[in-house]
Design a protein. Structure first.
Length: 280
């Protein structure tokens, strides 16, 4: 398992970086998922499936006449891929196309798919939206009952799964809950990461005040986006025992990239829409 000190030494996080503007796939810095999953006691078959949806808003390259081209890219990464990619290295890799001449957007897409699939260790789906289709990209907010309306008192800012509770004496319910108060910090640099989170479940009714306090408890917690969502999913599943559970977080962008992890344990769950929120 790679610890935080090792990541700080090996990755470009928290360091002054010379921006390469010529194609450099070696800039990608994979990090195994299993280390953090071991902390959660997740070995063998995972209790969830899902994807990480990355959006890149600062993607540019040159055509063969040297004219700059731009696009917005969406990368869909399966949650069972062995690796994540450290986000700053992802940004440096994308910027390495800035002065790279390519035959077409299709040629760019092929390179992105090849390099990222190798880095994540699984097939990555790539979608490029070119300027003539920018207007087709829509915005929207996560749907559900807003937890943030609750007037709760907070006295700790670390994840505390023991706060979570559900009423198993009543009939099960199905509901969707949303909070815009999720904040965590980069595992290495400590920089803040801001997100909205949606929790859909079927089972014993989860106490909403305890859930909101639990989510706010990530405020001083250091983990990558994907790891936070898997921790939230695992804690709710263990503490509240819903029959069905899905957790989706929309993180604000940094360096032109946002990461939006989704984890679910029921086959009828539809992959969530990639709707950019107001804060993204």
């Amino acid at each position: 398992m790679t610890n935080t000190a090792d990541l700080a030494d090996l990755s470009p996080l928290g360091k002054t970086s010379a921006y390469r503007t010529d194609y450099a796939p070696e800039l990608l810095f994979p990090i195994p998922r299993q280390g953090k999953r071991d902390e959660l006691g997740l070995q063998g078959t995972l209790p969830f499936f899902g994807v990480d949806i990355w959006n890149a808003y600062e993607l540019s390259w040159l055509n063969q006449r040297g004219k700059p081209q731009v696009a917005i890219a969406r990368f869909t990464v399966p949650a069972d891929s062995p690796n994540i990619i450290e986000s700053k290295s992802f940004k440096l890799y994308l910027n390495s196309f800035n002065q790279t001449r390519l035959d077409s957007p299709e040629a760019l897409k092929a390179l992105l798919q090849k390099d990222l699939s190798a880095g994540f260790g699984a097939s990555v789906h790539v979608l490029l939206t070119l300027p003539d289709a920018f207007a087709s990209i829509t915005m929207g907010e996560l749907e559900g009952t807003l937890l943030d309306r609750l007037d709760v008192e907070i006295d700790q800012y670390r994840p505390a799964p023991e706060l979570l509770k559900a009423n198993h004496d009543e009939l099960p319910v199905e509901e969707t809950l949303v909070s815009h108060l999720l904040k965590s910090n980069c595992l290495v640099t400590g920089q803040p990461d801001w997100a909205s989170v949606q929790i859909h479940y079927c089972g014993a009714q989860i106490d909403q005040e305890s859930l909101l306090k639990y989510l706010i408890g990530f405020r001083d917690h250091n983990e990558f986006h994907e790891q936070c969502v898997e921790r939230i999913f695992t804690d709710i599943l263990r503490q509240c025992a819903p029959q069905q559970l899905a957790v989706y977080a929309r993180y604000t962008r940094r360096g032109g990239l946002d990461i939006n992890p989704w984890r679910s344990n029921f086959s009828s769950a539809h992959r969530p829409p990639n709707l950019r929120g107001a804060r993204q």
